[in-house]
Design a protein around this ligand. Structure first.
Ligand code: NAD
Ligand code: KPL
Length: 294
């Protein structure tokens, strides 16, 4: 049995694609025991209905996927973990950085892994989950207890028939995604435009190079492969062009009034700057601008 904590878009994508009957959502304390029912629209083919039971007391999952937003993850796990065996691997799917380290530091004895995924899922209407973008998922260990379990967990996730790879340097991969998200998401939210449009906007053009300078210094300070600000800008803009018509996850969260993950993207970089004595005024400014959005 694979348990999924966070029955939102990504959690429902995994629940719909992993073998039926082998998945359960982890309830919030006191949550109603009615199974979750929804329609699932795969990338190709007809939509189908999915029913996922809630994990029952005494049931012991062999794997726990955590698909809450970054800001909810620690509290969600504090409520869920007391009834889950300490040997069960925990796989964190959150975007950005900061929440993963909080979890690994809070439960150092538990096997903690992280996943970085470029799959896309959303819920355009009540009761419908759409697999909106075909991508891949990399999974790797965040602590030594998780290390021996990486291949097994990758195999379990691959039963979904989504593309899954074991990753020895998951932190590096999370950093690569963080850089892209830091250079696109906040701009799309502040400017309220699709990814590709930021490239033409004066606000983006004014701040992207100083932002990339900050990120370049931070990468060097934390021992990640070094990149010039120009190289960072190129990779950010390549993704913005490739996903030109996309609504970024941050803009979508703002538009839907959901919690935003800015504290784990540009906000994380700003906090890291403080820790390492590196000035990060652009990350700080973008964080505040997004926090102020309704
Ligand atoms: P979402 O808001 O759709 O889902 C989060 C779910 O967690 C919600 O259903 C919420 O009710 C639930 N939740 C919150 N607190 C909880 C608690 N204490 N106990 C149980 N459930 C709780 O978000 P999402 O789009 O599924 O994204 C989840 C994470 O995955 C985010 O960090 C996001 O950045 C990352 N991610 C999402 C996608 C995607 O395509 N949706 C892709 C890559 C990464
Ligand atoms: O990951 C993304 C997000 O929206 O969070 C990008 C790469 C910006 C694609 O929309």
């Amino acid at each position: 049995m694979i348990a999924i904590l966070g029955a939102g878009s990504l959690g429902r994508l995994w629940a719909a694609t992993l073998p039926a009957g082998q998945v359960a959502f982890v309830p919030r304390p006191g949550q109603a025991p009615e199974p979750a029912r929804y329609r699932f629209q795969p990338l190709v083919g007809e939509s189908f209905s999915v029913t996922v039971p809630w994990l029952q007391r005494g049931q012991s999952p062999e794997l726990l996927l955590v698909t809450t937003k970054a800001g909810d993850t620690l509290e969600a796990l504090k409520a869920a973990l007391p009834s889950i065996a300490s040997s069960t691997p925990i796989v964190l799917f959150q975007n950005g950085l900061g929440s993963q380290q909080q979890v690994a530091a809070t439960w150092p004895q538990r096997p903690v892994l992280a996943a970085s995924t470029t799959e896309g899922a959303n819920r355009p209407e009540q009761g419908l989950t759409v697999h909106a973008g075909c991508g891949a998922t990399w999974v790797g260990a965040l602590n030594p207890t998780g290390q021996p379990l990486v291949n097994r967990v990758a195999q379990q996730l691959a039963e979904s028939r989504l593309e899954v790879h074991p990753e020895q340097d998951i932190l590096g991969r999370l950093w690569q995604k963080l850089v892209i998200n830091a250079g696109i998401n906040a701009f799309t939210a502040v400017l309220d435009c699709p990814n590709g449009e930021i490239l033409e906007r004066p606000f983006y053009q004014r701040w992207i190079t100083p932002l990339c300078r900050e990120i370049s210094h931070l990468l060097a300070a934390v021992g990640q492969p070094e990149h010039t600000p120009e190289a960072l800008r190129e990779s950010i803009e390549a993704v913005a062009r490739r996903t030109a018509t996309n609504t970024s996850s941050m803009r979508a969260d703002v538009l839907a009034g959901r919690p935003k993950e800015i504290d784990f993207i540009n906000g994380y970089l700003a906090r890291l700057g403080q820790l390492h004595g590196i000035a990060t005024p652009v990350n700080q400014m973008l964080t505040e601008r997004v926090q102020q959005l309704n």
